[in-house]
Design a protein around this ligand. Structure first.
Ligand SMILES: [Ca+2]
Length: 408
């Protein structure tokens, strides 16, 4: 059995090395720190985004649509979610909850152009458009260290962050730069302007899912925290082993909204009530050392299930860690769907990626925000907002959860 595992791991390693070649080259070119783009803003805003971003007079639009309640296609605001009435005939898979699917309004209509000191940060989340998704099962929580450990023990899987880059992948790179590792949030000693994320992110040799902050860290005692330092292909491998898959971006948002149209957050429309928070995000000075006051109960990652679930029984759909989806990222994808003037049925994302901020890097969509999201910087715990990241890289604030089709 041991031999089998070693052989499997070796083959898997060769495969991963080939896959990541292009994406990782970008890291080396930029001193191995370039692709933190998960929460990071882009400052290039095409002209088409300088329009009204799908915003209009919500009350008037909805009143007009009420004359034809079945047709919300033209609306540039939220309309009621129409959940499917079907119920599954199979038993509920362990750890998963049923998401009925149906038709809903997707996106974010935040009227704040400059969230987080970053112009255009939510412009990729508009316009609001109408989407239908089939029923599915979804993990109630983000995949935990305990769950990922079991996967690794059974398969011998080695994550991308654990594999040393080679000179074949990066011709000309100095040998000392070819070290396995991951991207880690590195708080600053004092306040800094929030226009350069490289000030608080660092490539740390030796950082991987077992030691998310580097060799001096570990996951001992953190078995119920979400696994991080997971690249897209690592998440895919886990899902496959578990008999599941990653959600599409549309499935993810339908699930997060819990059947309720247009709320700002998974729990309602108030960020906090009487100082009580409903998600693990960031309070205080960002990104300063010990700047996080942990008013929500946690500085850094929290174990899963520390806050109330949403209406579908899903935990931590806002905050804690970003979650991979299967979709490629393009900032104009919603605009494309809207222009088709029909309900987008089970959209799978664009056929390829494009991010104006980093045109050479292929990115997948992240959703949900993380423990580093604050109202000072990148408050994308707002429902409907989007993140993105290089599929070949992980960091210590990106994890994932899986979904499964309903058996017919
Ligand atoms: Ca927190």
């Amino acid at each position: 059995m041991v031999t089998q595992k070693k052989t499997q791991s070796k083959n898997q390693t060769a495969d991963q090395t080939t896959k990541r070649a292009n994406g990782f080259a970008f890291w080396v070119a930029f001193g191995l720190v370039g692709t933190v783009a998960a929460t990071l803003a882009w400052t290039v805003r095409p002209d088409w985004m300088r329009s009204n971003n799908g915003k209009g007079d919500s009350s008037n639009e909805l009143a007009e649509a009420s004359n034809d309640p079945g047709n919300y296609l033209a609306l540039n605001t939220f309309a009621p979610t129409i959940e499917n009435k079907t119920t599954p005939t199979e038993d509920r898979p362990e750890g998963m909850v049923f998401i009925p699917g149906g038709e809903f309004s997707m996106g974010c209509e935040s009227k704040n152009e400059s969230l987080c000191s970053t112009p255009g940060v939510t412009y990729d989340a508009g316009p609001i458009h109408r989407v239908y998704v089939d029923p599915f099962w979804m993990d109630a929580t983000e995949v935990t260290n305990r769950q990922f450990q079991k996967f690794v023990e059974e398969t011998g899987y080695i994550t991308i962050a654990e594999i040393k880059p080679t000179s074949l992948e990066f011709p000309g790179a100095a040998e000392e730069n070819l070290v396995a590792g991951g991207i880690v949030f590195s708080p600053t000693q004092s306040a800094v302007s929030l226009d350069d994320y490289l000030k608080w992110w660092a490539y740390v040799p030796g950082a991987n899912w077992k030691q998310p902050l580097g060799p001096q860290s570990s996951i001992e005692g953190k078995e119920d925290e979400p696994v991080v330092q997971i690249a897209f292909d690592d998440a895919i491998a886990y899902c496959k082993w578990a008999g599941k898959r990653l959600p599409t971006e549309a499935e993810w948002e339908f699930a997060a909204r819990g059947g309720i149209a247009g709320d700002l957050y998974t729990w309602g429309n108030q960020l906090s009530s009487d100082g009580m928070y409903q998600a693990n995000i960031y309070q205080g000075a960002f990104p300063v050392m010990e700047g996080d006051t942990a008013a929500d109960g946690f500085a850094g990652i929290a174990p899963v299930k520390q806050y109330k679930p949403n209406r579908y029984g899903l935990y931590d759909m806002s905050g804690n860690v970003w979650e991979w989806t299967i979709d490629w990222y393009r900032p104009d994808y919603y605009r494309t769907l809207k222009s088709e003037n029909k309900v987008a049925k089970n959209p799978q994302g664009p056929s390829s990626s494009f991010d104006p901020a980093e045109p050479g890097v292929s990115k997948r969509v992240h959703r949900g925000g993380s423990f580093l999201c604050s109202d000072l910087y990148c408050n994308r715990y707002l429902l409907g907002t989007r993140g993105k990241g290089d599929g070949k890289s992980g960091s210590n604030h990106v994890g994932f959860r899986c979904v499964r089709d309903v058996k017919k």
